[in-house]
Design a protein around this ligand. Structure first.
Ligand SMILES: [Zn+2]
Ligand SMILES: [Zn+2]
Length: 338
């Protein structure tokens, strides 16, 4: 099979690799579409401690089961599936506390920037969901990023009628926007300097603001009748945004550090906002199986507009070119078709 092998920063080669061999209790899935995530782009540019080259990157995908081991009963050949890229162990301290996204013994899938991927028994049992053939690949491929957004909204304790502010209109910002609206918020404000991204957020139902040409604090005051936003989600990896985000939240509101920040980042905040105003500062990363399942339900029922979010679809052979475009921020959300 063809696979995109990562040899280190800026070095990905399309190679003929051995086809995955199915075990008695696992399956091989033919990748129909794979999503390019921020993590893939960061790894391509700078390397990543979790991905030691040579390896195949990619963790968001939808595909069809082509081979099932003789002892597999859960799923049959020809089924269309999405698989969570990692699953919790179910038996560590964090799993017992029902904080499965924090599990310390996660089991993960091999890279999906390839024509086929083997799904081992454990992932098949805990992370695989069969989806109808009529669901568009563009919808199904968003299951993992959407699951991360649902986890973040849960951590914000979002309530119907709340006003949410999303800082950053990238693919995650646009997914957060759509999920927040599905949760019944009364208004979503998206702050984003890029015009095209602002326009898209506007089409998807947000009130938008350009933080470079407008006073964001003043704008939020006006849009929230002076109270501030009940939820502030920072969907950008810029630490300097966090101290001001605390001022955009209403008393009792929540600020969520959702975007990953550069290693060693430091911030200086006014702790009295947290004490007197009871503003909560939280963070969210990854997802638990229940978020993945909820994301799949939203996607197969057509509740998320994926067509507007996926801006580039390339064949696997052109993945390096695609990653370069992603690095230049010329892409909203990219997918490859092996
Ligand atoms: Zn991802
Ligand atoms: Zn665990």
């Amino acid at each position: 099979m063809l696979g995109a092998v990562y040899y280190g920063p800026k070095d990905i080669r399309i190679e003929d690799m051995p086809d995955p061999v199915v075990g008695d209790e696992d399956i091989v899935v033919k990748v129909e579409m794979a999503g390019v995530c921020g993590t893939d782009v960061k790894t391509y540019l700078r390397g990543h401690p979790m991905f030691k080259p040579p390896c195949v990157l990619g963790h968001e995908f939808v595909g069809e089961v082509v081979t099932a081991g003789p002892r597999v009963q859960e799923i049959s050949e020809g089924s269309r599936v999405v698989v969570a890229p990692y699953v919790p162990c179910g038996s560590c301290y964090f799993c017992h506390r029902d904080e499965m996204e924090l599990c310390q013994n996660k089991d993960g899938l091999g890279g999906v920037f390839a024509q086929y991927v083997r799904v081992p028994k454990n992932l098949m049992e805990k992370g695989l969901i069969e989806i109808p053939h009529k669901v568009k690949s563009e919808d199904a491929v968003l299951a993992e990023p959407l699951a991360c957004c649902l986890n973040a909204l849960e951590d914000c304790d979002l309530r119907p009628g709340d006003i949410a502010l999303i800082m950053g209109g990238g693919p995650m910002g646009q997914l957060l926007l759509q999920s927040a609206l599905l949760c019944g918020v009364s208004k979503v404000i998206v702050s984003e300097p890029q015009k095209e991204r602002r326009e898209l957020a506007g089409e998807l139902g947000a009130i938008t603001v350009d933080p470079e040409s407008q006073d964001l604090g003043q704008f939020i005051k006006e849009e929230t009748r002076g109270t501030g936003a009940a939820t502030v989600l920072i969907a950008l990896g810029i630490p300097e945004l966090i101290p001001s985000a605390l001022h955009y939240a209403c008393p009792g509101g929540t600020v969520n550090i959702f975007g990953g920040l550069p290693k060693g980042s430091q911030i200086n905040i006014d702790p009295n906002i947290i004490h007197y105003q009871q503003v909560r500062l939280v963070g969210s990363f990854g997802f638990a199986p229940r978020h993945f399942a909820a994301a799949v339900e939203l996607l197969i029922n057509g509740r998320i507009n994926s067509g507007k979010i996926i801006s580039h679809s390339f064949p696997l052979e052109r993945i390096q070119e695609l990653l370069e475009l992603c690095a230049k921020q010329e892409v909203l959300k990219a997918v490859v078709k092996p």
